[in-house]
Design a protein around this ligand. Sequence first.
Ligand SMILES: C[S@@+](CC[C@H](N)C(=O)[O-])C[C@H]1O[C@@H](n2cnc3c(N)ncnc32)[C@H](O)[C@@H]1O
Length: 215
Amino acid sequence: MYNAEPHSAITDARVATVIARLQVTRPSPARGLRGNPPMSRDPQDYAEQGFSIHPEQGELIYLLCRGLRARRVAEFATSVGMSTLYFAAAMRDNGGGTVIGSEIVPAKVATAKRNLAEAGLADYAEIREGDARKTLRDLGGPVDFILIDGWPGDKGPTLARQVIEIVAPQLRVGGYVMNDNAEADFLEFVRDPQNGFVSITLPLKGGTELCLKVA
Ligand SMILES: C[S@@+](CC[C@H](N)C(=O)[O-])C[C@H]1O[C@@H](n2cnc3c(N)ncnc32)[C@H](O)[C@@H]1O
């Protein structure tokens, strides 16, 4: 019989407690951040808001990273560390590894570090403070998984597109990219066969692109 109660792969109580707290205290989304005309799009104006991934996305990240035996993964961006917690838990449960985070708002870096420490996962994360277009240029070797969970820019290529162009060459064949916001120019990149990906749209959080590097 189908059991509708969602089951979690995260069995560590400390990790689950921090994730549950972030879920419960998640503020409702800032109105109009992606609207036209937008409210402020300056990330510094949203130091208190996580804009975090949803648990079903995090669970999938955890599971795929376990399956890949992932040891080095990266994310744009970290915010308060919700996605970082799932990645770091997978690194620890794989026997060791690092999630390389990126975040431009210093207060969020501090919050993410506190959340990781409370979950007992501080040793499995390196949060790089600053503009991800600089901080993710050198990931120190091939990575197994990259989350592109970006931010609306003003004009020109989106941040998601700019960052995927920087990090895609650093992803190993057989590795995954997950994208949360379905930026059109990001989708154009991963759906162009010349860039070496195959991708599908999953019905998570209104459409989550999961991309596999095949060449
Ligand atoms: C959607 S949130 C990330 C949520 C996070 N993955 C989670 O699950 O909690 C996007 C984040 O990007 C950050 N950001 C915006 N522009 C950035 C940039 N150029 N470099 C690094 N971080 C940036 C924002 O401050 C914001 O916290």
